[in-house]
Design a protein around this ligand. Structure first.
Ligand code: NAD
Ligand code: AHE
Ligand code: ZN
Length: 370
């Protein structure tokens, strides 16, 4: 079939909206009509050329929601008409990782996914001239139709709006999951969140859900303050306005250091500050931000010797097919909020405007509707 997609032609170039060919689903695969897709910072990270795994040409996008159009042979858990959220972290429920209680990183299709291919080693997308176009993160939601493995789709309730729940495909689940699944924050904790963008705000609402007493937000952009307060931030710190070192300032503000700190910037210097502002003896620092190719973290080992822990999380430690439908329920029941964070709704033809808004720090989430 033909479908409309925004194609990443090369690093650093704007996406090109065009008609592409899409082959039907093969064994274990599902054809999905994407209704809405969010633009996550990680899409920009790949498009910019900073991702060592970045491939071109490819159809980016990993935060979406849509409807099953067709299923390939052997698909048993989904049928035509089901509402689904694509999962860049699949859940096969059979591999060593899925069977291990301490991780969500299903590895059953990781190799081919990283190569921009379906599990059988081929791509379903091509140009109208027949040249192959690669998949991205196994999802490619910047296309009106896409093919995914059955294990990379969460079936969700049908009354949930696509233009909001698409955000659960990455940002919402990553931020809330970092608090609940990875850090397992206790009631009464003190926390610091670095970066108040599409991920950091969801860390903040996760901390409120977990019953944290103090939620410090740190961002260089003061424009992020009102939204963060709306989601539960108790103290705002703009590092540009702090005289002297940021670490002692934050340690003092949290009365000895935070029980939990979260990096949602992707900046390795910020990651160090986050680790060092965690409480001596027990503070845990969780890295969420994705750093550019070649970047490395550093600190004095003494920081860890004296009881701080440095950890990381992908997709908020969530097992997508199991956890994503529950998060959709939380949204529909009013336990979590999404709507205020979706600051812009765009048509596919305007998708590059979404990237511009992100660069300018003017959006939290831009959502593209097909
Ligand atoms: P974003 O651009 O919306 O937000 C980043 C925020 O950090 C901005 O508000 C910016 O002003 C702030 N910031 C930048 N530099 C700063 C500094 N030095 N000090 C303080 N604040 C600073 O991005 P996002 O969508 O929230 O994503 C954040 C990071 O999380 C990115 O690196 C993204 O790739 C990563 N991410 C990781 C996962 C995962 O599973 N681990 C999932 C999604 C996104
Ligand atoms: N390819 C990059 C790493 C990118 C990365 O860390 N991706 C996160 C998701 S970010 C979503 O917005 C992730 O889940 N990674 C797990 C995995 O297996 O890729 C690099 O540096 O090589
Ligand atoms: Zn993302």
């Amino acid at each position: 079939m033909r479908t409309k997609a925004a194609v990443a032609i090369a690093a650093g170039k704007p996406l090109e909206v065009m008609d592409v060919n899409l082959d039907g689903p093969r064994a274990g695969e599902v054809l999905v009509e994407i209704k809405s897709t969010g633009i996550c910072h990680t899409d920009e990270f790949t498009l910019s050329g900073a991702d060592p795994e970045g491939l071109f040409p490819a159809i980016l996008g990993h935060e979406g929601a849509g409807v099953v159009v067709d299923t390939g042979p052997g698909v048993t858990s989904l049928k035509k008409g089901d509402h689904v959220i694509p999962l860049y972290t699949p859940e096969c429920r059979e591999c060593e990782y899925c069977l291990h209680p301490k991780t969500n990183l299903c590895q059953s299709i990781r190799t081919t996914q990283g190569q921009g291919l379906m599990p059988d080693g081929t791509s379903r997308f091509s140009t109208l001239d027949g040249d192959p176009i690669l998949h991205y993160m196994g999802t490619s939601t910047f296309a009106n139709h896409t093919v995914l493995p059955e294990i990379a789709l969460a079936k969700v309730r049908e009354d949930a709006p696509f233009d909001k729940i698409c955000y659960i495909g990455c940002g919402v689940t990553t931020g809330i999951g970092a608090v609940i699944n990875t850090a397992k924050v206790e009631i009464g904790s003190r926390a610091i969140v670095f970066g108040l963008g599409g991920i950091g705000l969801n860390v903040i609402q996760g901390l409120r859900l977990a019953g944290a007493d103090q939620i410090v937000g740190v961002d260089l952009n003061p424009g992020k303050k009102p939204m963060a307060e709306r989601f539960g931030m108790t103290d705002f710190v703009n590092p540009a306005e702090v005289e002297g070192d940021l670490v002692p300032y934050l340690v003092n503000l949290t009365k000895g250091g935070a029980d939990y700190t979260f990096d949602a910037t992707g900046n390795v210097d910020v990651m160090r500050t986050a680790l060092e502002s965690a409480h001596k003896g027990w503070g845990e620092s969780i890295i969420i931000g994705v750093a550019p190719a070649g970047a490395e973290i550093s600190t004095r080992p003494f920081q860890l010797v004296t009881g701080r822990s440095w950890r990381g999380t992908a997709f908020g430690g969530a097992r997508g097919r199991t956890d994503v439908p529950k998060i959709v329920d939380w949204y529909m029941e009013g336990k979590i909020e999404i709507d205020p964070m979706i600051t812009h709704q765009l048509a596919l033809d305007d998708i590059n405007k979404g990237f511009d808004l992100m660069h300018a720090g003017e959006s939290i989430r831009s959502v593209v509707n097909y």
